[in-house]
Design a protein around this ligand. Structure first.
Ligand code: CFM
Length: 474
């Protein structure tokens, strides 16, 4: 049971149960690090809140609705414009955010009237938009507001609008994962089955758990179009509110991010008997498998092979060029959870890289089962890691590159280790065949950047060419 207590965690020894190093012969039925439980007091967690999981990750991606945040204005601001998920309607969802802007007096007297006023104003200012998401936050949940009643009232008054309320106060659950769950279950309960789609193909699917990060959805859509498959809804990349209401009409649910959206796939199975098929849409070899699985389900094997052959012809040579230069490089993946198991073996198999440390903010037991099964011996697996632990990891291993968020990324850059945005990507999309090449290109550019030769130089050193130049000039 190779648990590890980092030196920096001596005063919080419970952290030992969250760090695991895989040994030869170990299997996940013997041991898993603890996950999806409260952050230990004293550990500076990287996790997000439940509201953030609902709004920033899933609901905020929808391209044609008003995003009304019922709470103080900061909750809206902090989840506005920070995630790169474009849309084909000129990025409406990235441009705007709305807030009921609750203040002290609303905490004392209630904020429902304030919410109604904000909703009415928003619909008036954007008369073409008839759909809305309303999110609760810590404050408005604590004072016991009833936003559902407010929204029912508005719907009766305005008639042509449709509003969905997510009860996702930040304090609910232990991480953003709770917000994913709330939104999945709420949407299933309130909205799925309330509209019928136009069916244009006998092969219909939902793509679940893909958020069009820098265009991922467009890549997948292109392959599926070529196979003659109709996507009823992408949950939730480049999707409309009304498309998501029609998810009950798909014959198959294809699930990529099982963590954030496995719930809705399970509910669609339970209620509508739609089968769930889990795939990996990142990774050159994994995408082949994904397309073959979808093809096999519908008897479209030939179509899948055609798409694969066409894409491989275009991109395999490029990937090989990067593989030559990236093989043997050691990297860390410190993101939310699923990308650990989607990426680790893909990077090893496609590019010959070695993933030496992985940290998941909010993965559950099943995510650790998957990542440890797919990961290497000797790799460090961390649940809910904190910054001090990250620095200690870097003292103990060699890393050529780190996939993480901009905050930790900027810190590791100070250690002269390149980082790539593992959440919103550097220059995506990263999904599909072309995405695998983009990811390899970004890694290559990061690792081989000539900037690293300068980064270690102190201009005050007398032998530094930069310094001597300045001295001569003066
Ligand atoms: Fe799924 Fe995601 Fe992720 Fe995620 Fe996230 Fe994300 Fe992530 Mo950042 S839905 S769980 S809550 S793949 S925002 S697009 S990158 S931590 S590993």
């Amino acid at each position: 049971m190779p648990l590890k207590l980092f030196c920096c965690d001596e005063c919080i020894p419970e952290r030992k149960n969250h760090v695991y190093i895989k040994e030869e012969g170990e299997d996940t039925t013997d041991f898993l690090p603890l996950s999806n439980i409260d952050t230990i007091a004293g550990s500076l967690s990287e996790r997000g809140c439940s509201y953030c999981g609902a709004k920033l990750v899933i609901g905020g991606v929808i391209k044609d609705c008003i995003q009304m945040i019922h709470g103080p204005v900061g909750c809206a601001y902090d989840t506005w414009h920070t995630k790169r998920y474009p849309s084909d309607n000129d990025n409406f969802q990235l441009k705007y955010i709305w807030s009921s802007d609750t203040k002290e007096k609303h905490i004392v007297f209630g904020a429902e009237k304030q919410l109604k006023k904000a909703i009415m104003e928003a619909f008036q200012e954007f008369p073409a938009i008839k759909r809305m998401f309303v999110y609760t936050t810590c404050t408005t949940a604590l004072i016991g507001d009833n936003p559902k009643a407010v929204c029912r009232e508005v719907q009766e008054e305005l008639e042509d609008v449709d509003i969905f309320v997510v009860e996702c106060p930040g304090f609910a659950g232990v991480s953003q994962s709770k917000g994913h769950h709330e939104l999945n279950i709420g949407w299933m309960r309130d909205k799925i089955g309330t509209l019928e789609p136009e069916i244009t193909s006998e092969y219909t699917i939902n793509v679940i758990g893909d958020y069009n990060i820098q265009g991922d959805t467009y890549v997948l859509q292109k392959y599926l179009d070529k196979m003659g498959i109709q996507v009823i809804a992408h949950f939730t990349g480049n999707v409309t509110y009304d498309q998501l209401r029609c998810m009950h009409r798909a014959k198959l649910n294809v699930v990529n991010c099982a963590r954030s959206a496995g719930y809705i796939a399970n509910e669609l199975k339970r209620v509508y008997d739609i089968p769930r098929m889990d795939v990996d849409t990142w990774g050159f070899e994994y995408v082949k498998v994904a397309l073959r699985k979808i093809g096999a389900f519908f008897g479209l094997e030939d179509k899948a092979e055609e798409v694969i052959a066409e894409e491989v012809a275009k991109y395999e040579g490029k990937l090989d060029w990067y593989k030559e230069r990236l093989k043997g490089k050691q990297i860390c993946i410190w993101t939310g959870g699923p990308r650990l198991w989607h990426w680790t073996k893909a990077l090893e198999d496609d590019l010959g890289m070695e993933v030496v440390a992985m940290s998941s903010k909010f993965g559950h037991q099943e995510d650790f089962e998957k990542v440890i099964a797919r990961g290497r011996i000797g790799t460090i697996y961390i649940d809910d890691g904190n910054e001090l632990e990250f620095f200690e990891v870097l003292d103990n291993i060699h890393a050529d590159l780190i996939f993480t968020g901009p905050r930790v990324g900027d810190l590791v850059k100070k250690l002269h280790i390149p980082y790539i945005n593992g959440h919103a990507y550097h220059n995506g999309p990263y999904m599909g065949f072309e995405g695998a090449v983009n990811m390899a290109r970004d890694m290559y550019n990061a690792i081989y950047s000539p900037m690293w030769k300068l980064a270690g130089k102190d201009p005050r050193e007398t032998d530094s060419p930069m310094w001597s130049l300045t001295e001569k000039d003066s």
